[in-house]
Write a protein that binds this ligand. Structure first.
Ligand code: PRP
Length: 188
């Protein structure tokens, strides 16, 4: 299967995606994750949530509003180098966090962990800023696609290796704002 990063606008599927994780299930899981994170960081001072653009924007918005601890929001953007249609595994920083994260607890918020290269790169990159800690949170993970061993401290769902869209995830920029996570069959 092709990697997410390699997709460009092609023939976007016209039919509705098949529901993989419903809106209700996402809402319940996001609440549970927020409860767990709030408890873990209760006495840790302000938590810096770092959303990875673009895919994490909806998950981050919902998760951050369910937290009961002091928190601030940062964003980061990366792009992956591809060899033809496949990723080389190399990640390039496109936009860094704006605030100073030195001495603070940091939680990276991702929509999806696929090969794991992006998350592995981000952990190392953010650790170089001297934070108190760096942990990771992802809504979905494709365990069978892992190419590197990277910890996801807070995980929403393990999913099969299918092309997922919705709740921030896209196919050629389409379907990001679906309220559920659905599966499509790309034409190529
Ligand atoms: C997705 C996702 C992660 C990355 C994970 O981003 O948001 O950042 O892929 O893949 P990996 O585990 O194989 O490194 P994508 O490149 O699709 O960009 P987008 O979030 O802007 O859609």
């Amino acid at each position: 299967m092709l990697r997410r990063h390699s997709m460009r606008a092609k023939n976007v599927q016209k039919s509705e995606p098949r529901v993989l994780i419903s809106e209700d299930k996402i809402r319940a899981r996001v609440r549970a994750l927020a409860k767990e994170i709030s408890a873990d960081y209760e006495n840790g001072g302000e938590l810096v949530l770092v959303g990875v653009l673009k895919g994490s924007f909806i998950f981050l918005a919902d998760l951050s509003r369910e937290l009961t601890i002091p928190r601030v929001i940062e964003f980061i953007a990366v792009s992956s180098y591809a060899n033809g249609s496949r990723s080389s595994g190399a990640v390039r920083l496109v936009m860094d966090v704006r605030g100073n994260i030195e001495g603070k607890h940091v939680l990276i918020v991702e929509d999806i962990v696929d090969t794991g290269h992006t998350l592995q790169y981000l952990i190392g990159m953010l650790e170089s800023h001297g934070p108190k800690s760096v942990k990771t949170c992802a809504l979905v993970r494709k365990a069978e696609r892992a190419e590197v061993d990277v910890d996801v401290d807070y995980l929403g769902f393990d999913i099969p290796d299918e092309w997922v869209v919705g709740y921030g995830l896209d196919y050629a920029e389409q379907n990001r704002t679906l309220p559920y996570i659905g599966v499509i069959t790309p034409d190529d």
